[in-house]
Design a protein around this ligand. Structure first.
Ligand SMILES: NC(=O)c1ccc[n+]([C@@H]2O[C@H](COP(=O)([O-])OP(=O)(O)OC[C@H]3O[C@@H](n4cnc5c(N)ncnc54)[C@H](OP(=O)(O)O)[C@@H]3O)[C@@H](O)[C@H]2O)c1
Length: 273
């Protein structure tokens, strides 16, 4: 088999952990290939992405900020997941010469929980989603696929939460100030905002009303143990850190390009953190 070239395109991109993840799996599976980070400004993506795939011999790419929406117009075909989320984070040059796009963020969020808590029942009760950006959109799609009975989205900019609520009657939007009181019958709480991330303000969330049976997830992974997770763990809630979503979202991309479904292992997590 020929050397398989892949990578991640973003702007900026030097911070990306994706090369570490995919090159770890290439080595682990004894494959002939490599994965690199490429910085391309958004105005150049429509010409650069087809050229890299069709002329420069790349098999596929991950796309990250600010390219996930722009790339939709460059793909010849987008699967129903990418269409539902309205963004693609993975492209693949198929044998027929067409550029195929999909989104693996929902998979990453859901399979991280499934690996860490195999008995967690998504149908058990309401999910509270804090934030209404790109990550929230993918996570809500994943939660709906898992038949979560009710999803409540709270966001500083209420209009963005309302836009997400329009996708399905099970999703409702609430003002950001309601976030403390809304926790009383939550089965799952997910922070998808940038709050709590190193260099950003803390997430101000009182957990007093949250049942201790609720699962608490933070998709911020720098730091790994955010204040939200530290407080939730101290009061007895199960917690899910953000690094697993990053690692699991990479799995379907790797499978698409290299043919093998890779595993998320402690070795990989230690390498990436
Ligand atoms: N673990 C993973 O694999 C993974 C994957 C994707 C993203 N992430 C992380 O998730 C976070 C969000 O990513 P994204 O792509 O969804 O970003 P995004 O589209 O820019 O959305 C950012 C969200 O954070 C909210 N926010 C930002 N500053 C705030 C503040 N001061 N007060 C209240 N809300 C605030 C925004 O509210 P407004 O709408 O009101 O601005 C919005 O809901 C980032 O920290 C990112 O690193 C992790």
């Amino acid at each position: 088999m020929a050397h398989i070239k892949t990578g991640v395109i973003g702007h900026p991109i030097s911070h990306s952990k994706s090369p570490l993840i995919h090159n770890f799996w290439i080595k682990h599976h004894n494959l002939d290939g490599h994965y690199e980070a490429i910085d391309i400004p958004p105005e150049n993506l429509p010409s650069a992405l087809p050229r890299l795939l069709k002329d420069d011999g790349y098999t596929g790419f991950n796309l990250t900020i600010p390219h996930k929406e722009i790339a939709m117009d460059i793909c010849d075909e987008i699967d129903p997941i990418g269409q539902a989320i309205g963004a693609v984070n993975t492209v693949h040059l198929r044998e027929d010469g067409k550029i195929f796009g999909t989104n693996t963020d929902a998979f990453g969020f859901i399979y991280n929980i499934k690996q860490q808590f195999p008995d967690y029942d998504f149908t058990r009760g309401p999910a509270i989603v804090l934030g209404a950006g790109g990550a929230a959109k993918a996570i809500i799609h994943g939660l709906l696929q898992e038949n979560v009975p009710q999803i409540i989205v709270l966001n500083r900019t209420l209009g963005k939460a309302e836009a997400l609520a329009n996708v399905d009657p099970k999703v409702t939007a609430r003002p950001w100030d309601d976030r403390h009181d809304i926790l009383s019958n939550a089965a799952l709480v997910v922070n998808t905002t940038a709050l709590g991330m190193a260099g950003k303000p803390p997430l101000d969330l009182a957990l007093d009303k949250l049942p201790t049976s609720a699962l608490v997830s933070d998709i911020v992974y720098a730091p790994l143990m955010t204040d939200l997770l530290t407080h939730a763990k101290a009061r007895g809630n199960d917690i899910v850190t953000g690094i697993g979503m990053l690692l699991h979202q990479a799995r379907p991309s790797f499978k698409l390009w290299y043919g093998a479904m890779p595993a998320v292992t402690q070795d990989l997590e230690d390498l990436v953190l």
